[in-house]
Design a protein around this ligand. Sequence first.
Ligand SMILES: Nc1nc2c(ncn2[C@@H]2O[C@H](COP(=O)(O)OP(=O)(O)OP(=O)(O)O)[C@@H](O)[C@H]2O)c(=O)[nH]1
Ligand SMILES: [Mg+2]
Length: 339
Amino acid sequence: MRVGLVGFKSSGKTTVFNALTGQKAEVGGYAAGKVNLGVIKVPDPRVDALSEICKPEKTTYAEVTFADVPGFEAGKGLDSSALTHLRDVDAFAHVVRAFGDAPAAARDIRDLEVELVLADLAVVEKRLERLKKEKGKPGEKELLEKVGAKLSAETPLRAAGLSADEEKALSSFAFLSQRPMLYVLNVSEADAGKAAGQEVVAAAASAPVVVLSGRAEMEIAELAPDEQTAFLADLGLGEPARARFIRACYSLLDLISMFTVGEDEVKAWTIHRGDHARKAAGKIHTDIERGFIRAEVIRYEDYVTYKTEARCREVGKLRLEGKDYVVQDGDVVHFRFNV
Ligand SMILES: Nc1nc2c(ncn2[C@@H]2O[C@H](COP(=O)(O)OP(=O)(O)OP(=O)(O)O)[C@@H](O)[C@H]2O)c(=O)[nH]1
Ligand SMILES: [Mg+2]
């Protein structure tokens, strides 16, 4: 799962990237053209609690990869290298400058959205042009015309009310405006504890907005844990924005966690909301997916209450589920399989 930190030049993407990943990539645009990549753990108090109970040798959190993409030139449209970077990520975190001189956050939000829409419209028009000469799939032309009309009205495809079947039919086009979007409002230190203004919220349409100060967060990330708490309190914050932001990305992508527990390892596995047990098993190993027999499932809350699988079984909190069971966020799962 790759989330792209994207936006116009000098909005603070690399600063935010450093805050998230603890890396020390060069800020100030000196490393122009370079994409920085970082893998981060998704903070999850449930993993901590399970680990506390099981005392495993190893504790493994879910992970998200962040890509820090070079900034786009305002007012110039997206060039081919910008489009390549955008196509390479599953979701966008648009880092918007709201610090320093004359920030125009709402305008930046709308401008990038329009760029995504225009890039998609170009793809639609090119394909429709081709369909004058060749025969497409049944219904393809009609669907592309519908999509083209939405885009012409500057509606991003993620907000176009497409059905699941339509989305599936369009998946090979890899439209940019269809991908999940989240806004990072990069504010000055003084504004770190405040909520986003009305104009920004309106421009963001219904996409989530995370307010943070990239510079302050980067400094916090460099401190020892006990110093971090004091610094955060000074800024009027309870936890680093980093934790909020990472969780927001996770839910934006409609990802959930299931857990496996044992003496050797407590581990969070990233799956999609709606995944069936057999598919979820395949995350762990294809053998488990192939030889799937059943899933033994305990709710996270029950596991924390009764502490062991055996005790959960005794009190009737361990359920046996088949391959079509839809795994729920927080399920503690033990797969039985045979190969
Ligand atoms: N005051 C203040 N300055 C910041 C903040 N975040 C970034 N900056 C400054 O803004 C400048 C650009 O920051 P970068 O993180 O390099 O921005 P970028 O978006 O990666 O820039 P490009 O990759 O060139 O598009 C640097 O001088 C940063 O120190 C912030 O929260 N507050
Ligand atoms: Mg940068």
